[in-house]
Design a protein around this ligand. Structure first.
Ligand code: ADP
Length: 713
């Protein structure tokens, strides 16, 4: 068998070269080789083969002697050591931290890539330096002291934070851990240093610290009190502000101590309000009074929020108390002022109502007096003219007083509409008729355009006439002599639109939005002969609104005329025939009646009595309740006109007593009162009255009523 057959194929080439060189090498030739043999069983063994040549004197090769030694085990041990070494290098090199071997004198022996990276030195540069060379001078002594202890065998390792100077001069903060490898004798062979760059961690710590300091400074600088409590709501921190305000010490505020600074009346509520969110982990809100160090109390608003752990449990509460005392006081003052204002407004309304009522009382006797004078009529042309003037002025005065009364009633919500299906044309005609004297007096032309078919609206006819009367009167009043007034009504779907348009003085654009306000007047109105109180349009607006409609004013400006447009819903459900037509006053003469007139205003009673006498009735007067009861018993009137506000016995009681007397049930008792509301009417009805008339009694209306009585007799 040849050597080459035994040799592993991979080692064959090299082996052949060595053998050839050996065989040609003469007497001194050597053959030393380590190679593999392939055993008969296929196994592989490492062998060390040493061969020498044996030659003759001329140097010719006679034969060779060789020794073969099995070195398989040695080779395997070497391989294991190599692998372990490589693993160590890998760990050393790839470590995320700097690792180095350092000689006892401080010289870097081995450094890994990370250390070179964090110090900024090339590996070769580091290996020519000591750790002392790159250590910050301020940290050197401490480091050296540790090293001395290791060298002296007093410690096996140490850890410290220290600074290195990087190659570029910047400083890197590291955490250093050093342990040592010792020789068999115990002396330090070399140090193993592990170096971790903690600059970023340190920076984060610094920033956290700064942020904490800023937060504290903020809480102290702020006028708001900042506090912190445990999850159970016990105060563990409150900013200085709280102590400055209350004079409590830090210790006094802790736990629940802060409650002592809360107003006793607010404490229970505060505790309850605070305990609630502690359970529900919701935001806490409260307001309480805090006793300040000078003993006065100030209002604070409180808000607290829970800070939760990752698992949702509350870690702590953070909150703020803000002084809102001044705002609260201002708000309360504002509320008080508003209440005062609305009180004053209410008193004003009451005053207007009383004023209107009181102004109305003297108007009744004056009207009666005028009527009387007209009936007597012995004063010739001059007397007749002055009677007309007085009558016109009185009508105007009654209108003003009525407006005043209405507006105060509307603002106190006392107006009740008696709505019914009515023909719009009737309402407009009635307004036109009432307004006609003024229109004619001013020499205006009046053009009326109404729909050709009846339009029914659901309205209180008196009130709705009043609306258009106001608009027509204004058109007449605010136009120079000889103007033109156009009244038109048109149906648009479910609405009817009524327009009153004039060629008068117009309204400036800046005034337009205000003219419907109470007491609003464009100042030139004072120069007009027919003055007013500035409540007519306010009344119009409110009445139209109460009918579900709207009113607007238009004008191109001063001198350009004005247009007032009223929009009202049409009543589609009522048949045309059902609609009432506004009836005209009747003036039929009627047979005489026995009439008792009761009024504590003697002028009123006497003048009405005289007028009725002139009409042919038999009258009697009484000036208080008791007198009235007596007069009724003795005079047996058919009709009693009974005032409500009477001395001794009021009208209601008087009525009841009269009813109890003989024939009392047969008398027609008519209440005369300044109050004409539904509940007033109900009261008189309940007291036994047959009718209810609002003062000053309208003679036409009275005559109509008397005529009806005669008819039913
Ligand atoms: P009054 O007529 O009592 O002054 P109103 O409330 O009826 O009060 O009207 C308020 C004001 O609106 C009037 O004073 C007048 O300045 C203005 N105004 C009303 N109607 C007209 C109109 N047709 N043309 C011009 N100005 C008007």
């Amino acid at each position: 068998m040849k050597v080459s057959e035994l040799t592993h194929p991979d080692d064959l080439m090299r082996d052949s070269e060595l053998i050839i060189r050996f065989l040609q090498g003469g007497a001194d030739a050597k053959y030393d080789n380590e190679k593999r043999y392939v055993r008969k069983d296929g196994g592989i063994r490492w062998v060390a083969v040493t061969a020498r040549a044996v030659t003759d004197i001329e140097g010719r090769l006679l034969h060779t002697i060789g020794v073969v030694q099995d070195i398989t085990e040695r080779r395997e041990t070497e391989k294991t050591i190599l692998e372990s070494h490589q693993r160590f290098r890998g760990t050393f090199e790839n470590a995320a931290v700097g690792v180095a071997h350092v000689a006892p004198d401080g010289k870097w022996l081995q450094v890994n890539a990370r250390l070179s990276e964090l110090t900024g030195y090339e590996r070769s540069e580091l290996l020519t330096r000591t750790f002392q060379d790159i250590t910050h001078p301020d940290d050197l002594d401490a480091d050296m002291a540790h090293v001395q202890r290791l060298l002296a065998g007093e410690a096996e390792s140490y850890s410290m934070e220290k600074r290195y100077f990087r190659k570029d001069g910047s400083v890197v903060l590291v955490n250093l851990t050093v342990s040592c490898m010792r020789t068999a004798e115990g002396a330090v062979d070399f140090f193993i240093a592990v170096v971790e760059d903690i600059s970023e961690r340190k920076q984060a710590e610094i920033e956290l610290h700064e942020s904490e300091a800023r937060y504290r400074a903020l809480t102290e600088a702020s006028a708001t009190v900042v506090w912190r409590t445990t999850a159970d709501g016990e105060v563990i921190f409150s900013s200085n502000t709280w102590r400055d305000i209350t004079g409590q010490t830090e210790a006094e505020t802790r736990g629940w101590g802060w409650l002592q600074a809360i107003h006793p009346d607010d404490r229970d509520r505060t505790i309850n309000l605070w305990l609630q969110p502690l359970k529900t982990k919701t935001i806490h809100e409260n307001q309480f009074r805090v006793r300040t160090h000078d003993g006065t109390y100030r209002w604070f608003s409180v808000r607290g929020v829970p800070i939760c752990n990752a698992d949702g449990t509350v870690r702590e509460w953070i909150g703020a108390n803000t002084d809102f005392h001044d705002r609260k006081m201002a708000e309360e003052e504002l509320r008080r002022l508003a209440a005062e204002l609305s009180d004053a407004d209410r008193r004003k309304d009451e005053f207007l109502a009383t004023l209107a009522h009181e102004l109305r009382n003297p108007l009744a006797p004056i009207r009666n007096g005028l009527q009387l004078m007209r009936l007597i009529d012995g004063s010739g042309e001059a007397g007749r003219q002055s009677l007309e003037i007085m009558d016109r002025q009185l009508t105007q005065m009654v209108r003003l007083v009525d407006d005043l009364m209405d507006v105060s009633r509307i603002s106190t919500g006392k107006v009740e509409l008696r709505k019914m299906p009515v023909q719009l044309a009737d309402i407009l005609n009635s307004a036109v008729e009432t307004s006609r004297p003024l229109i004619e007096q001013m020499g205006h032309e009046l053009q009326i355009t109404l729909p050709e078919y009846p339009v029914i609206i659901n309205a209180d006819p008196t009130r709705m006439s009043q609306v258009f009367l106001n608009l027509l009167n204004n058109a007449a009043k605010f136009s120079d002599q000889g103007g033109c007034i156009r009244l038109t009504a048109e149906q648009h779907d479910t609405d009817v639109i009524v327009s009153v348009r004039d060629t008068g003085i117009g309204i400036a654009a800046d005034q337009l939005p205000h003219i419907f306000e109470m007491f609003a007047q464009v100042d030139h109105s004072l120069e007009k002969s027919q003055g007013g109180l500035g409540i007519g349009l306010s009344l119009v607006k409110r009445l139209v609104a109460m009918h579900g409609g709207s009113v607007m004013a238009k004008s191109e400006g001063a001198g350009m005329g004005s247009e007032f447009i009223v929009r009202l819903p049409v009543d589609k459900n009522s048949p045309v025939e059902g609609a009432k037509t506004a009836s005209q006053p009747e003036h039929d003469s009627i047979p005489p009646l026995r009439i008792l007139i009761v009024d504590d205003n003697r002028d009123s009673a006497d003048s009405l009595s005289m007028v009725l006498k002139l009409m042919g009735h038999d009258t009697r007067t009484a000036y208080d309740g008791e007198e009235a009861v007596a007069a009724a018993a003795e005079f047996f009137p058919r009709v009693i006109l009974l005032d409500i506000g009477l001395p001794k016995l009021n009208g209601y009681e008087t009525c009841r007593r009269i009813r109890e007397q003989k024939d009392g049930m047969n008398m027609v008792i008519i209440a005369q009162t300044g109050w004409g509301q539904a509940d007033d009417r109900q009261r008189t009805r309940d007291a036994g009255f047959d009718h209810h008339m609002v003062k000053p009694v309208d003679l036409n209306e009275l005559q109509k009523l008397l005529a009806e009585l005669q008819a039913t007799k």
